[in-house]
Every structure is written in structure tokens, then in C-alpha cells.
Design a protein around this ligand. Structure first.
Ligand SMILES: Cc1cc2nc3c(=O)[nH]c(=O)nc-3n(C[C@H](O)[C@H](O)[C@H](O)COP(=O)(O)OP(=O)(O)OC[C@H]3O[C@@H](n4cnc5c(N)ncnc54)[C@H](O)[C@@H]3O)c2cc1C
Length: 422
């Protein structure tokens, strides 16, 4: 039986990044993926002429790992406005916009009353050190994001009605218990670039990465769920559905956090869930901006008319709107609660929006409580390496960086440990 140089398990961003690197460095690589397509958590479907990602994703093109993994220009990314619309606790709507990118929204931002001088000082205290002296700021003892905001004196409406609801959606965590260091690094990564989406949907990223891996010689096999790994005579035996047993010198396990324990003897970290509701609207939605509910008047943490930025995501004359809630076992939002909140956020027109699909994603993101660890080592045994966002940080940057780290581990050129999202 032929022995492969490397078998990579999982064709999400981490597995694909790893395979592309190893194949480019001349290694024989087979990727075994359980699903019928590449991309893992990054999937895009066409439904009734709409482009629906599985859950609401955003691509930050400033992520260094994205820029080094694919040709960002070829992804055809449309940038969302760098502004949010917030439902305040008194029920009024306010706008908060990046003053340099949307100077025309400055009067609305000032009139919204969401930013007091005290909050500006608090924001500068919270974000300033990570922007100006990142190494020192990262080396400081970590705490929860809630404690970080308290310590910075960020206690007003900017925190409670904007930052907290915003990061709830990004981290799938409304408890303000995620690592403060990580969230500050994340916030810093958004300063140089606007976030957006490929016009063809988020799956354009893994598809581009898979093409790169295949072009370098990687053999990506779909519908191949790996059921067992065994070490014998200094090699790995890999059993997968639909495959005869494969032999490999090295194996990279690049599955999501929830699937780790089924394959290797490493505890999988806990995960957080998200739920996205996709609607078709006939009337233009009341706003094109990311809408947050600062009043926490229902399960939705953010909503966005995607087709306002990407018209081709909806058929002509229709609009595509997403509404995202947190998901946790036994606490799933009901359609009536979501619709009632949409009426408060977008007005009575939204009552007629047609539900296209609901995505429940129990293991959307690995939890990242303090202290933020340095990157976990990729090598976990002889010829055995572990990759995935749960080894770095719960993001595209983290997944790609962990895939690269695993490839370097296979090549015997380990990357120095450092904090991800940078
Ligand atoms: C709804 C949602 C929104 C998000 N939004 C953002 C965002 O805006 N910005 C951002 O930076 N990040 C975002 N993320 C996070 C980002 O998508 C992930 O961090 C990243 O895609 C994880 O990639 P991965 O390769 O580590 O894992 P995965 O994508 O989970 O890939 C693991 C792969 O392993 C396969 N697999 C599992 N078990 C087996 C087995 N036994 N045999 C073979 N294959 C197996 C799976 O099918 C899967 O394809 C979001 C995630 C979700 C779910």
C-alpha cells in the first residue's frame, strides 16, 4: 500500500491552508473531507435566486493571513458601510459612523447621543494601548471584555448599546466574558479596512483556497468522513468512509472544535452558537446599515440588508435581509419573536417579509475566555498535528494561521507562537 506524505482531515479554511502550503512545498497531500464540498463553516447556497451564506459572515480583507493565502482582489469583495444603526433603549434609532469614511453621517452621529466625551475617553483608554504599543498591551494580564471596559471607564451608551451588542454578534457571546486582549486585537484589525463579503458569498474564500491547493497538487476528496486514526509501525493508518485505509507519515487533524475528541485524545474547547434568519423583502428595507438592538428588545443581535451592498445577492426587485440571534441549547428564538423585533427595527413593512431559511449553527465559534493563550502548538504527537480556529482564535485569520502553522510543523519549521488576529 502506498504511503502518503500527509493526510489532512477536514477541508475548512485551516485544512485547505495547510494542504496548499504543503503541496506547494512538494509534499504529496491527500485531504479527506466529510462534507460534499470544501469550506467547512463557510458555505454558500443559492436559494430561490438568493445567495445565502450559512449564517452571517463578514470578511475582513485586512487580515494578514487572508492576504497571504489568496488573491484578495479576485474575491470581488464588496465593502459594507463602516457605520451602524442602533435602536436605543428609549426606542429611537441612532446612527454611528466612521467619521473619516462617512463624513456625511457625522451630523447624524453627533446628534444620536450615543457618544459622550466620557465614552470617547474610555474608548481611547481601551483601544489606545493595543493600537500604539501592541506587544506591551498583549503581554499585560488578560481579563474579560466586561472587566476591560469597566477598567477603561467605558460604561455609557457606547458600551451598553453599541459595543456590547456588536461584539455579541461577532463573538456569539453576550456575557462579556470573552478575552479582553482578543477583542481589542479584533477591534484593531478592523481599523485599517472595511469589512465586506465576496459578491458570490463567503464560500468564495475556501473555493479560491481549494483551487490554489489543487493547482499545487493536493488531492481533495469529498464525502470522506474519517472514522479512525491508528499509529502502527511509525506510520498513521487513516480509515474513512468510501476509502480504503490510507497510510501517511504525517496526519493533520483540521476539524472543528466539536469533532476533535472523536479523532484524537485532546479535549475539544467549548463552542458558542449562532442562528441566522434570512428574509426576502419586496420593499427597500428602512436602512442599509448594520442594525443593532441596543435596547436588547428581543433575540436579534444584528440585522443587515445584504443586497443593499451586494445587489446580486437577491433577484431583481427583491431585497435580502439577514437577522442573527445567539443560539444556545434550549434557548432558540421563535419566528414570532424575531418578526416582532424586526418590526421595531425596520417598521411595519417587515411584517410581510418572506422567510427564506433559518440557519442554526450550534458550534459556530470556539469560546475564547481569558487568559488568551498564545497559539496552541500544532504538533500533538509523533507525526500528528492539530489545526483549526480553536487552536488560534475564533476567526478566519485564526483558522488560516493555524493551517499554516500545522504545515510548518509537518515541514519541521515551526512558526513562533504569538497572539493571533495580528
Ligand atoms: C455563522 C458564522 C459566522 C462567522 N463569521 C465570521 C466573520 O464574520 N469573520 C471571521 O473572521 N470569522 C467568522 N466565523 C468564523 C470562521 O468561519 C471560522 O473560524 C472558520 O471558518 C473555521 O475554519 P476551520 O477550518 O477551523 O474549521 P471548519 O470550517 O469547521 O472546518 C472543519 C472541516 O472538517 C470537516 N470534518 C469534521 N469532522 C471530519 C471527519 N471526521 N472527517 C473528515 N472531515 C471532517 C468538516 O466537515 C469541515 O469541513 C464565522 C463562523 C460562523 C459559523
Amino acid at each position: 500500500m502506498q504511503t502518503q506524505d500527509v493526510v489532512v482531515i477536514g477541508a475548512g479554511l485551516a485544512g485547505l491552508r495547510c494542504a496548499a502550503e504543503l503541496a506547494a512545498r512538494g509534499r504529496e497531500v491527500v485531504v479527506l473531507e466529510a462534507a460534499d464540498r470544501v469550506g467547512g463553516r463557510q458555505r454558500t447556497d443559492r436559494v430561490d435566486g438568493f445567495t445565502l451564506d450559512r449564517g452571517f459572515h463578514v470578511l475582513n480583507t485586512a487580515y494578514p493571513a487572508v492576504r497571504s493565502a489568496v488573491d484578495v482582489g479576485a474575491l470581488d469583495v464588496a465593502a459594507f458601510p463602516t457605520a451602524v444603526r442602533v435602536r436605543r433603549t428609549d426606542g429611537s434609532m441612532a446612527t454611528l459612523a466612521h467619521p473619516l469614511r462617512h463624513p456625511q453621517l457625522l451630523p447624524a452621529t453627533l446628534a444620536g447621543g450615543l457618544v459622550t466625551p466620557r465614552d470617547v475617553v474610555g474608548l481611547a483608554r481601551w483601544l489606545g494601548p493595543i493600537v500604539l504599543r501592541p506587544r506591551t498591551a498583549v503581554a499585560r494580564p488578560d481579563r474579560t471584555i466586561g472587566e476591560g471596559w469597566d477598567a477603561a471607564g467605558l460604561t455609557g451608551a457606547l458600551r451598553t448599546q453599541v459595543l456590547s451588542p456588536f461584539f455579541s454578534g461577532v463573538l456569539a457571546d453576550s456575557s462579556e466574558t470573552t478575552s479582553d486582549t482578543y477583542v481589542r486585537l479584533l477591534a484593531r484589525s478592523f481599523l485599517p479596512a472595511a469589512a465586506g463579503l465576496p459578491r458570490a458569498g463567503i464560500a468564495a474564500l475556501p473555493v479560491a483556497l481549494a483551487s490554489r491547493a489543487r493547482a499545487a497538487g493536493a488531492d481533495i476528496r469529498l464525502d470522506r468522513r474519517v472514522s479512525r486514526l491508528r499509529r502502527r509501525d511509525g506510520r498513521w493508518e487513516v480509515d474513512a468512509l468510501g476509502e480504503t485505509t490510507l497510510l501517511a507519515r504525517d496526519v493533520v487533524v483540521a476539524v472543528g472544535a466539536e469533532a476533535v475528541e472523536g479523532l484524537v485524545d485532546v479535549p475539544g474547547p467549548s463552542t458558542r452558537g449562532l442562528q441566522t434568519w434570512w428574509f426576502s423583502a419586496e420593499e427597500t428595507p428602512a436602512s442599509t446599515l448594520l442594525t443593532l438592538d441596543g435596547s436588547r428588545g428581543g433575540p436579534i443581535v444584528n440585522a443587515l440588508a445584504i443586497s443593499a451592498t451586494i445587489p446580486e445577492a437577491a433577484p431583481h426587485g427583491r431585497h435580502l435581509v439577514q437577522a442573527t440571534c445567539l443560539w444556545s441549547p434550549g434557548q432558540v428564538a421563535s419566528e414570532s419573536d424575531v418578526r416582532a423585533q424586526l418590526v421595531r427595527l425596520y417598521g411595519q413593512d417587515s411584517a410581510s417579509w418572506r422567510l427564506l431559511r433559518r440557519d442554526d449553527i450550534p458550534h459556530a465559534l470556539p469560546a475564547l475566555p481569558p487568559p488568551m493563550r498564545r497559539s496552541s502548538p500544532a504538533r500533538i504527537g509523533p507525526g500528528l498535528h492539530l489545526a483549526g480556529d480553536h487552536r488560534e482564535s475564533p476567526s478566519i485569520q485564526g483558522a488560516l494561521q493555524s493551517g499554516l502553522r500545522a504545515a510548518r510543523s509537518v515541514l519541521g519549521e515551526p512558526l513562533p507562537a504569538r497572539s493571533s488576529t495580528r
